[in-house]
Design a protein around this ligand. Sequence first.
Ligand SMILES: *[C@@H]1O[C@H](CO)[C@@H](O)[C@H](O)[C@H]1NC(C)=O
Ligand SMILES: *[C@@H]1O[C@H](CO)[C@@H](O)[C@H](O)[C@H]1NC(C)=O
Ligand SMILES: *[C@@H]1O[C@H](CO)[C@@H](O)[C@H](O)[C@H]1NC(C)=O
Length: 810
Amino acid sequence: MLVIRWTVAICVFVLQAYAAVQDPASLREYDNFTNRSLLWAPYRANCYFGVRPRYVNAEPFLMGLMWMNTKTVEAIGKIRHFVDTQDDMTKYGWEMYDPRIGGKQVILDTVNNLNLTIYFVKSHDGVNWGFRVRGEALDKSSPLDSASIIYYMKQNGDSKENYLTSEQVTSDNKLRLTGYSGELGEYEVLISTVKGNSYKKAKVLSSEADPSRIAHLSMVVPDDRVWNANEIFQSLLVDSIQQYMAESDEDVELLQIPSAMTIRNIHNFAPSKFHFVQKTFDISESPFEIDFLYNKKGSQNPISSVDELIKPVLDTIRSKFDSRFEIKDARVRQFAIETLSNLIGGLSYFHGKQLVDRKTVFDEELFSSIELNHPEEEGPHDLFTFVPSRASYPRGFYWDEGFHLLQVMEYDFDLALEVLRSWLGLVEDDSGWIARELILGEEARSKVPKEFQTQNPHIANPPTLALAFSEMLNEVLGSGLLHFDLTDENLGSFSGNSGETLKKDHELLAAYSERLYEKLLAQFNWFRSTQRGMTEEYLDLADVDEDSIHVEDAYHWVGRTFTHCLPSGLDDYPRAQPPDMAELHVDALSWVGIMSRSMKQIAAILGRHQDAERFHKIEQNVIDNLNNLHWSEEHQSYCDLSIDDDLDTRKFVCHEGYVTLMPFALKLIATEDERRIRRMVEVLSDPDRLLSDFGIRSLSKMDEYYETGEVYWRGPIWVNINYLCIDALRYYFGEESDAEKYDHKLVKQAKQLYHQLRNNLLNNIIDVWEKDGYCYEQYNQNDGKGQRVQHFTGWTALAVNLAGKFPEYI
Ligand SMILES: *[C@@H]1O[C@H](CO)[C@@H](O)[C@H](O)[C@H]1NC(C)=O
Ligand SMILES: *[C@@H]1O[C@H](CO)[C@@H](O)[C@H](O)[C@H]1NC(C)=O
Ligand SMILES: *[C@@H]1O[C@H](CO)[C@@H](O)[C@H](O)[C@H]1NC(C)=O
């Protein structure tokens, strides 16, 4: 979060020498380490727990966990698998999590009377992993006393060589499987009960369906249907129950239900590479523990017991967290570590095809509605990304992602860059376009309403990745570590999983950045050419000084409708009415400012002086246009624009709120421009406009559209933009600023605002979390309550930085 000025950035030119002599061997070594460290994790974040490897696409091993309480006939409908708010969990989520190390997830499933704790562990070298499920009754006296744990797993891939087979079930408590894949090599999976009572109270319907034993069924399931495991399991149970009923005249008795809910192979499926394993416990008296271990054959650090790794894993995460965030208050610290863990717990790996409509173009006729009716499958592509919410939005969102990275970079810098790199990998080489939502494969698509599945290469979204990248480079370059030792002996010894290699090794960072440059540039060019507005029309207007305008740099969001501007990210935020082809959007322009700044920084790091100068110039043009084109003296605000044909002047479309704050929030107002900075501070501090007791409202209370329509971005408090405003206040008025040159009263007011805003926003998020157990998509502007999507630990998790990186006072 350290902020540097352009003057400091110039020092960056020093780095070019290092970029030039970069030894690719160390970068390869870094990649090799990263690949192993991040190979295995619960990357199927849409599942309560589901593991798959990263970058293993042809022949991955996939697994998922399901469970139910088998005591009632309704159990079939209450099998847990995908995270779903309808499951009515009292709580679920990671208390601690790090994909390089392991973690602990807690799930309180009141409907199924189950308190589950899942401990995920990995070997040091990242090659082997395992997890323990510990479960107990939430209410020991409840009749719901039979907890069934179900694993499914598959070795995917068409090759004849790969396999996953189980040994004969010889024990009630253990099952061993062995597998092979060309990409993963030979491996062994061991499932074993460590503790707990097998369920022995049932009247057994058939010998294969004895719930006191491990039940196992293997069959053929196509690779792209593995994610339907829940439906497959359900239909197998239904078939089995129907057969019982056909064989007997009597109804299934209560005591037989746990047996009826145990899977058996009535269809005589031949074993194949897909497996179900079910184990049922009696939870009326004591907890159970069951372990799942995956070990690569012949590896140096096989895991023999989950147990002995749990403590070291949790200790390591805790100390990594503490080394990054200094939070004294125990309550705030608990909130912060859980919230960060849940953001990182959304880390997912997707591989699959996306739907793109390249036929539909946008013109005025489309202002009424946008329909993308010509979808075609493209890909497959892959993506390594965080998700805004595991339940409601388990996929990649371009504009959310930059905010995720702003948070994650403070915990694991290397991981944030790795995710950034994956996203940029999807920028098309020829066009420079990247989809606004990345919905790869059927599993991801299953959670998206049909009308939102298709992407279109004319539609943009705020380029927050550029913002995040710019902040990452600031952090490294602003830390003053411009001197480094080429003979650094540590180079290449990526000890541990601390995730700060690139932050500390600038030579490596330069080499790494080199690979991102072309993609960033392609995207920058795409944005500027496709979203460019009709500037020429403004030049002839009576109130525009032609010479003060840079015609190349004025923008609008393509694809808005009368009511919505989805590309801007601020869906229902009021814009010009009626929509006009010639309108210009102040937030679109501000985002180009950020992209230019980010391009400037990376070009500087890479020693591309001329490019850096060019981007610097574009950034300055953006700033000029913000002031000369979009600033309204009358409203004392940055505003959207359209043309007033009658008066032959600009028509300022001013709806005070997140859009008009954007030049300030993105630090695009020159520090010398005290007048405009003062105005921003005034508006932000005004309780009748933007300041509420819980943060900055998305739209001013005085605006005619305030709290109208859907009230999505027309009043409620959003953490991402609040965060940017707080960061901007710190930039303009904090320790490292030149605030002393401003009017004393302004500085005092701004510092007070910073303090109030940071504390109100943070305290409210923590209070709600304490009360409900969750973070939310947005907070109510009148009472502070969490609303819309529950357990939204995407950008709302930026509260962790507020708690651990932003001082209370500046
Ligand atoms: C790391 O994984 C990527 C993606 O599969 C691959 O392209 C790259 O070659 C790997 N790097 C090393 C050094 O193993
Ligand atoms: C990656 O590192 C491992 C362990 O040091 C080594 O065995 C392997 O050969 C390396 N692979 C590549 C592609 O460099
Ligand atoms: C759930 O189980 C854990 C581990 O045994 C325990 O610490 C926790 O208090 C239990 N939670 C509830 C709500 O029963």
